[in-house]
Design a protein around this ligand. Structure first.
Ligand code: 5GP
Length: 174
């Protein structure tokens, strides 16, 4: 485990920026007025900041923090809520902003607890998706890129709190 490092660049900075711009346009088109983004810390913070800078008009945001992977590159399947929202979702058009859907367990947990708070609508935007790893069938309306089953870092995604600052998405390998 100790000697894992980013190797191959899977998605370049330019590819990500182009796709995020398109996603922002699509989300704004679906919700031209009221739009409330709920970003999942920490992994989604760069995705969120690029998304909102590509959106015109009013948009509000809030943050949640969950832990699904304590350390390392395998899922424990256990989700813990570390930080809850500051504001109500009642009657709002909410889009969850997540970095990556892997097994789908984290997102299922989030969607369930947010749906219970009575939003007008609830959708999800994920930068990355690994469909081959899915354990639960979870709905994602806006997906940036579909990738293979490889552990990736960069653009907000970490390995043991490292590599979030890379502008691209890279594969972590020995
Ligand atoms: P899931 O509950 O869908 O299995 O896991 C979702 C969470 O696992 C993501 O929000 C992310 O924190 C972490 N995760 C899953 N795959 C990767 C990956 O390839 N790289 C990194 N850095 N985190 C991942």
């Amino acid at each position: 485990m100790a000697d894992l490092r980013p190797t191959e660049i899977l998605l370049t900075d330019a590819q990500i920026q182009r796709r995020v711009r398109d996603l922002a346009t699509e989300i704004r088109r679906d919700f031209p007025d009221d739009l409330h983004l709920v970003a999942v810390l920490k992994g989604a913070f760069i995705f969120l900041s690029d998304l909102i800078r590509n959106m015109s008009g009013h948009v509000s945001l809030d943050f949640m923090a969950v832990s699904s992977y304590a350390k390392g590159t395998t899922s424990s399947g256990e989700v813990r809520l570390l930080k809850d929202l500051d504001t109500t979702l009642d009657g709002r058009n909410v889009v969850i902003v997540e970095d990556i859907v892997d097994t789908g367990l984290t997102l299922t947990y989030l969607q369930d607890i947010l749906r219970a708070r009575n939003p007008k609508s609830l959708r999800t935007a994920c930068l990355l998706s690994k469909p081959s790893r899915r354990q639960v069938d979870v709905k994602v309306e806006y997906t940036g890129f579909t990738i293979e089953d490889r552990f990736v870092v960069g653009y907000g995604l970490d390995y043991d709190e490292q590599y979030r600052n890379l502008p691209h998405i890279a594969v972590l390998e020995p």
